[in-house]
Design a protein around this ligand. Structure first.
Ligand SMILES: NC(=O)c1ccc[n+]([C@@H]2O[C@H](COP(=O)([O-])OP(=O)(O)OC[C@H]3O[C@@H](n4cnc5c(N)ncnc54)[C@H](O)[C@@H]3O)[C@@H](O)[C@H]2O)c1
Ligand SMILES: O=P(O)(O)OC[C@H](O)CO
Length: 336
C-alpha cells in the first residue's frame, strides 16, 4: 500500500479549514496550522472551528497545531491560506521548515500591495523555489458551501502539469472536482480581480441598481480582467473558465461572499469604518483593489471598474458620484 499524501495547511480560517476538510476527505493526512491555541484545541478535541466554520463537523483525520514545524514535517504539500498582505511575513518564518521537495500551494486571491506581485510570485520570492514547485487552487469555492460538502468544481494550476495532476488527485472528492490548468498567471488574476468586481456588484446591489447593472458589471469586469491578463501573458480562455467567469458568478451572486457583502454594505450607505467593523473575515478586494489598479497602471491597461472601486473604498467617493462617472465615460466599441 502506498503511503498517504501529507498536507500541511497554514491558516485555519474559513478556506484553510474547508480545504483541509477536502484534503482529508480525499485521503490525505492533514495538519492544520492555527495562529491561536484555542482554534487548534477546538479542531482537535471538538472537531469544530467555531470562529470560522460554525456548525460544521470536521473529519477526525484533520489535526491542528500551533507549531509550524510540526505542521510542515514531512509535508508533500504546504497549503497557504492567510490574508494576501500577510503572506510574505508568514512565509519567511515557514519556508525554512519545509523539505526540499514540498510543493507550495496558494489558496489566496490577492495581489501584494507595493510590489503588485501575484501570490505565487511572492511565494517564489520568499521561499526561493522555482515555478514548478508552486501551485494555485482557485475557482468558485465559497468555503461554507464546500464545508457543507455541496458540489463544486475548482482549478489546480501549476506551470508543471504533472505537479498540478498530483495535487488534483490529492484533493479530488465526490463533492470537489478539480481541473488542472498550466496558466498560473490567468488563474491568479481571475481570482484576485473577481474580488474587486464582487465589491462593485455588491455596491450596485446595495444601491438597488438591479440585475441589468449586475450583468453589465460582471461582463465588463471580465472584460477588464481579460485585458490585463492578455497584457501579462495569460491565456484568454482561462477567463471564460472556472477561475474567471465561474468565480465571478459565484462571488457576485452569493451573500456568502465577503467581498460582495462588504460592497453591499457600502452601497447601502454604511461608511468604510462601519463596514470594516461588521466584517469579521478577510475581504481581499478591499486591499487588492489598490494593488490590482497598480498592476494595471504598470501594464498600461484601462480598468475603469477597478478604478471606480478604489475611488469609493479608498478615496471616499460617494457611490452615486462614482456611478455617474462610470456611466458617462466616452462611448466605445465593446471589443477594445
Ligand atoms: N473563504 C472563502 O470562501 C475563500 C474561498 C477561496 C479563496 N479564499 C481566499 O483564501 C484566502 C484566505 O481567506 P479565508 O477565507 O480563509 O480568510 P479568513 O479571514 O477566514 O481566515 C484568515 C486566516 O488567516 C489568519 N491570519 C490573519 N492574519 C494573520 C497574520 N498576520 N498571520 C498569520 N495568520 C493570520 C487568521 O487567523 C485566519 O486563520 C484569501 O486570499 C481568500 O481570498 C477564500
Ligand atoms: O468570500 P469571498 O468574497 O472572499 O469569496 C470566496 C471565494 O473566493 C469564492 O470563490
Amino acid at each position: 500500500m502506498s503511503k498517504p499524501v501529507k498536507a500541511a495547511v497554514f491558516g485555519a480560517g474559513s478556506w484553510g479549514t474547508a480545504f483541509g476538510m477536502v484534503l482529508a476527505d480525499a485521503g490525505c493526512e492533514v495538519t492544520l496550522w492555527a495562529r491561536r491555541a484555542e482554534v487548534a484545541e477546538a479542531v482537535n478535541s471538538g472537531r469544530t472551528n467555531p470562529d470560522y466554520l460554525p456548525g460544521f463537523e470536521l473529519p477526525g483525520s484533520l489535526r491542528a497545531t500551533t507549531d509550524p514545524a510540526e505542521a510542515a514535517a514531512g509535508a508533500d504539500f504546504a497549503v497557504l491560506s492567510v490574508p494576501s498582505q500577510t503572506l510574505r511575513g508568514n512565509l519567511a518564518d515557514w519556508a525554512p521548515l519545509l523539505a526540499p521537495g514540498t510543493v507550495l500551494v496558494s489558496l489566496m486571491k490577492g495581489v501584494e500591495l507595493g510590489s503588485a506581485m501575484r501570490m505565487s510570485e511572492v511565494v517564489m520570492d520568499v521561499a526561493k523555489v522555482p515555478a514548478e514547485r508552486v501551485a494555485v487552487v482557485t475557482g468558485p469555492n465559497l468555503a461554507r458551501e464546500i464545508a457543507a460538502r455541496m458540489p463544486a468544481a475548482s482549478v489546480v494550476a501549476c506551470t508543471d502539469e504533472a505537479v498540478a495532476q498530483r495535487l488534483q488527485a490529492a484533493c479530488h472528492t465526490p463533492y470537489f472536482r478539480p481541473y488542472t490548468n498550466t496558466d498560473v498567471v490567468g488563474c491568479e488574476l481571475g481570482g484576485a480581480v473577481k474580488n474587486v468586481i464582487g465589491l462593485a456588484v455588491g455596491i450596485a446591489d446595495g444601491m438597488g441598481l438591479g440585475d441589468n447593472a449586475k450583468g453589465s458589471l460582471i461582463t465588463r469586469g471580465l472584460a477588464e480582467t481579460t485585458r490585463l491578463g492578455l497584457t501579462m501573458g495569460a491565456d484568454p480562455l482561462t477567463f471564460s473558465g472556472l477561475a474567471g467567469l465561474g468565480d465571478l458568478v459565484a462571488t457576485c451572486s452569493s451573500p456568502l461572499s465577503r467581498n460582495h457583502t462588504f460592497g453591499t454594505n457600502l452601497g447601502k450607505g454604511m461608511t468604510l469604518e462601519e463596514t470594516i467593523a461588521v466584517t469579521r473575515q478577510t475581504a481581499e478586494g478591499v486591499k487588492s483593489c489598490e494593488s490590482v489598479l497598480d498592476l494595471a497602471r504598470r501594464h498600461g491597461v484601462d480598468m475603469p471598474i477597478t478604478e471606480t472601486v478604489v475611488g469609493i473604498v479608498h478615496e471616499g467617493k460617494p457611490p452615486v458620484v462614482a456611478l455617474k462617472e462610470l456611466m458617462s465615460r466616452s462611448a466605445k466599441p465593446e471589443r477594445r
